[in-house]
Design a binder for this molecule. Structure first.
Ligand code: HEM
Ligand code: NAG
Ligand code: NAG
Length: 154
């Protein structure tokens, strides 16, 4: 009898995590609040600019239509960093041409750079950088034409 009780206790103990994972509707439970809303969204050149590390500490950059959260690389992209020009911008052309010069960046009120004129070598360079970003930073959204998306990137 004692052994049975002990056995039951051991089983309950071993499975307590599994049991507590079973969510039972509890009307008195506090609603779950996320501290940081997950931004998985549609950005435009104009809405992306907010994430250049000045007003908002989050830094996002776009590469080939995908928006990466490069906040961890603030020493590269933050104000005063070597690649600060890329922050809050579509960095594709600069990465293709291995240049962080501001004049390579498409003005934020202009259509998204089609990159059609890049040479094979430049495309290769850009693809290499894309791989670097994919391996290092989370994607938080995609880049769309100004006006194409309303409430964006919050
Ligand atoms: C004076 C020449 C340059 C030097 C000495 C330099 C140095 C560096 C160093 C030390 C890193 C860090 C590498 C690592 O984390 O392993 C880096 C990363 C990087 N560099 Fe440069 N760089 C130079 C020019 C450029 C140019 C012209 C571009 C323009 C595209 C560029 C874009 C980048 C980018 C995008 C990263 C990745 C940062 C990240 O991981 O978020 N660099 N560079
Ligand atoms: C972006 O990355 C930073 C630092 O890693 C993190 O604090 C923040 O929650 C991330 N934001 C989004 C929207 O993914
Ligand atoms: C960074 O974004 C803010 C808006 O959030 C803007 O006022 C400022 O001009 C931008 N800085 C650069 C260098 O683009």
């Amino acid at each position: 009898m004692i052994t049975t009780i002990l056995l039951v206790l051991v089983i309950v103990y071993l499975f307590r995590n599994t049991l507590s994972d079973v969510s039972v509707f509890n009307p008195f439970a506090e609603p779950e609040v996320r501290e940081e809303p997950i931004v998985e969204g549609k950005f435009t050149p104009e809405t992306l600019q907010k994430y250049n590390g000045t007003d908002d500490p989050k830094i996002f950059i776009a590469v080939k239509g995908k928006v990466y959260n490069v906040s961890q690389g603030a020493s590269f992209y933050g104000p005063g960093g070597p690649y600060e020009n890329f922050a809050g911008r579509d960095a594709s052309r600069g990465l293709a041409k291995n240049s962080f010069e501001a004049e390579l960046l498409t003005p934020i009120n202009k259509p998204i750079d089609t990159l059609k004129d890049l040479t094979d070598a430049e495309i290769e360079s850009l693809d290499g950088w894309e791989e670097h970003f994919e391996n290092k930073y989370p994607i938080v959204g995609s880049l769309h034409e100004n006006g194409e998306t309303g409430e964006t990137g919050q």
